[in-house]
Design a protein around this ligand. Structure first.
Ligand code: AMP
Length: 422
């Protein structure tokens, strides 16, 4: 016999029926909230030309440099499983001429992303994001509205979350800041880790992202970008904060929160949760007015965020989790062939009337059928033997309060309707 293939690849996992209810709940909830803000779903392809991410995320990022699942397809084309969705959404927006319509295009997506990351708690190589992109406006109220939507989504799910906010300036004001930063880093390079020494030259903004303990004292003394914003960027940032204040969204200024790529401008934010431990980031977002041009399109003002669903589902309060575990309203137990025929018919009728019910024709004794009903968390069990069949009624037991009643066949749907939870 050939070897059994019983393991998925490292960093990949199956989402099993036990927890899938939580995933569906979070996704449905997010869809309802996005819908209220006028965000429409877009489903882009999962496999893209490698060049899209090389240009859209940047060659010198960890994602593109080390983490992409890239291979050659049968036409010798280099293709990549998407490590994030923003570049794909902008590609689809341009490809389908959505920019010609004018006005703001609000889009959202959900689905799997792929990054060949180091194994760590809270990190997977196939993980899931839900995210939103607003294209076609540079108005600060659009930034604030999107952040408000993300925070409301988390709050309404009962998840503890905290907003960190910054502005990373624009191509007019950032170069002078970057020069100052590079000067400081050169003067103090002795105290930096090896990665930071390299980043000081290649992409010095990324030094601010470093998590190595020994780099932190120096990072804390480095100049911050918010002291170097041009008048337009400072005004934009002030307006975003004003709109957030008006919406009642609390934030912590995070002047060292940056995005290491040129096309990111102005608003940058992260949403973190104290309940997550070391990998505490739930979502990251920002304005990327230069991305469309980097992909060869016209200038499109835009911003977006991506929220990690794997982490969000982990944070769902236990009460919500329990609520979403599938359990039948009714388990139908039978004794004998004639009763089996009848319970199959009753189950069919109840399902057509909207009730979730199940049974196991192969389960054997009544005792083993009762065990199954309990294991599934059924709210009620219907028991049908020959005597009940002859009377045209079945015993229905409520597993929560152990009450039991004999109910005529045509009264079962009404009974379940009355006993349905709020
Ligand atoms: P990013 O696209 O890197 O800005 O990530 C946005 C969010 O996606 C993060 O805040 C995480 O919640 C989630 N995320 C990113 N990478 C992973 C991963 N490898 N495993 C699980 N979640 C991830």
């Amino acid at each position: 016999m050939e070897d059994l293939i019983s393991n998925s690849l490292p960093g990949m996992r199956d989402l099993l029926p036990d927890e899938i209810g939580c995933w569906q709940y979070v996704e449905e909830h997010a869809r309802r909230i996005f819908d209220r803000y006028g965000y429409l779903e877009i489903r882009t392809s999962i496999l893209e030309p490698t060049e899209l991410f090389a240009r859209g995320i940047g060659d010198d990022t960890d994602i593109v440099g080390k983490e992409m699942y890239t291979f050659t397809d049968r036409s010798s084309r280099s293709v990549t499983l998407r490590p994030e969705a923003t570049a794909s959404v902008v590609r689809a927006y341009l490809q389908n001429s959505m920019h010609r319509g004018g006005g703001i295009t609000r889009l959202y997506y959900t689905g799997p992303m792929f990054r060949y990351e180091k194994k760590q708690k809270g990190r997977w190589r196939q993980f899931h994001q839900i995210g939103a992109e607003a294209l076609g406006s540079d108005h600060p109220a659009v930034d604030a509205e999107m952040i408000e939507m993300a925070m409301w989504l988390l709050e309404s799910l009962g998840v503890e979350a905290h907003l960190l906010l910054n502005s990373v300036g624009c191509p007019n004001c950032r170069p002078a800041y970057v020069e100052r930063l590079r000067g400081e880093l050169r003067r103090n390079s002795g105290g930096l880790c090896e990665d930071c020494r390299r980043r000081s030259e290649s992409n010095c903004l990324r030094v601010l992202d470093c998590k190595v303990e020994s780099c932190q004292p120096l990072i804390a003394r480095l100049p911050v970008i918010t002291d170097h914003l041009c008048a337009e960027c400072a005004e934009h940032f002030a307006r975003v904060k004003e709109c957030l204040d008006e919406a009642g969204v609390a934030y912590t200024p995070a002047p060292r929160l940056v995005r290491g790529l040129d096309y990111y401008v102005r608003t940058a934010f992260e949403i973190v949760s104290g309940e997550l431990g070391a990998q505490n980031a739930l979502a990251g977002g920002g304005r990327y007015d230069g991305l469309s041009e980097a992909l060869g399109g016209p200038q499109v003002h835009a911003l977006g965020f991506a929220l990690g669903l794997d982490r969000l589902v982990m944070l769902l309060p236990e009460a919500r989790r329990a609520e979403r575990r599938w359990a039948p309203e009714l388990f139908l137990a039978h004794l004998g062939d004639a009763a089996l025929k009848k319970v199959l018919a009753i189950a069919r009728d109840l399902r057509h009337r909207g009730h979730a019910c199940t049974l196991d024709p192969s389960a054997g004794t009544l005792k083993s059928q009762m065990r199954l009903a309990n294991k599934l968390g059924a709210r009620h069990v219907l028991i049908l033997g020959e005597d009940e069949l002859a009377r045209g009624a079945a015993s229905v037991k409520c597993l929560q309060d152990s009450s039991q009643r004999e109910i005529p066949f045509d009264g079962i749907a009404a009974y379940l309707g009355e006993r349905a939870p709020e």
